[in-house]
Write a protein of this length. Structure first.
Length: 291
């Protein structure tokens, strides 16, 4: 952040732009014997993010938030340039949710000249968004790994709406022996069922009305399961049937094991059914658990 780009910082919130400054704050907190909770975001905060922050407050003495639109998880044709950015509004949301520290670096701070190290979680990143957004999860794993090293949290909070991301981060933390508890929070939805997302603001009123088909399709599959249907192909067809005509393109509808994200043919264990669709120029994802 340049000095001219820094908005007024609310009382009680410390704003850091460099990894060294953020790490110093967290190190001092830990030295006092206090726990740090962390919520990584790309900004454009909404009530879904606020729910994550409130959950973070329950788990620790101090709460840190990162705001960084990570370029390495966007392909050249994706919406990096138009991704919403409003640091002033984000800081207001953060203060209201009781955030103690906000880490808002720029690209040069996170990826200095010569940066060439990446992190991959090979199996979990295959299929779903891993197939339709090549390289996306390498970008996610790399930036989250870097953020964990900088912020040094005891616990990190993620939403289940990005279910593949959550599974990937849990696997990375286990595989790399990171001493961090990962907490997943159920998807926060609007009154009509649509999952809250920063990208929802791109939808026109007509597109927003059509987007309700996404939760309707997922809830219909869950109802079929409750009535006794166990065949994954049938449940996937139920979702596709509801989506066709309401969305402009379906990237995928997949049913997977809730722990390792391997595809399932029958729902004989905890599972998740997940979708990615395009409405107009906006790509939206959602999922529901099938217990």
């Amino acid at each position: 952040m340049t000095p001219s780009a820094v908005p007024p910082v609310p009382d009680g919130v410390s704003l850091f732009a460099t990894p060294a400054a953020m790490a110093a704050w967290s190190g001092a907190v830990r030295a006092r014997g206090e726990r740090v909770a962390f919520v990584p975001t790309m900004g454009a905060l909404h009530e879904g993010h606020v729910a994550l922050l409130r959950e973070g407050r329950r788990h620790a003495d101090r709460l840190a938030l990162s705001i960084f639109v990570n370029p390495t998880q966007f392909a050249p044709h994706e919406d990096l340039a138009r991704y919403p950015r409003d640091l002033s509004s984000d800081l207001s949301h953060a203060a209201a949710a009781g955030v103690d520290a906000v880490f808002a670096p720029d690209r040069a701070a996170m990826y200095p000249a010569g940066h060439q190290t990446t992190v991959r979680v090979h199996e979990i990143e295959t299929g779903m968004c891993g197939d339709t957004r090549p390289g996306h999860f390498t970008g996610v794993a790399t930036v989250v790994c870097k953020l964990f090293h900088i912020v040094q949290p005891h616990v990190a909070i993620f939403g289940e709406k990005d279910f593949q991301q959550l599974a990937l981060i849990r696997r990375m933390v286990r595989d790399l022996d990171m001493p961090i508890e990962i907490v997943g929070l159920p998807t926060v939805r609007d009154s009509d069922g649509l999952a809250l997302s920063s990208r929802n603001r791109f939808l026109s009123p007509e597109e927003r009305a059509r987007a309700v088909a996404i939760p309707m399709a997922l809830f219909a599959a869950r109802a079929r399961l409750a009535s006794g249907e166990r065949d994954a192909a049938v449940l996937i067809s139920e979702v596709r049937r509801t989506l066709v005509g309401a969305v402009d393109r379906i990237d995928y509808v997949e049913l997977r094991d809730v722990e390792n994200l391997r595809p399932l043919e029958m729902v004989d264990r905890a599972a998740v059914i997940a979708v990615a669709v395009h409405i107009g120029s906006t790509r939206l994802i959602d999922n529901v658990r099938l217990e």
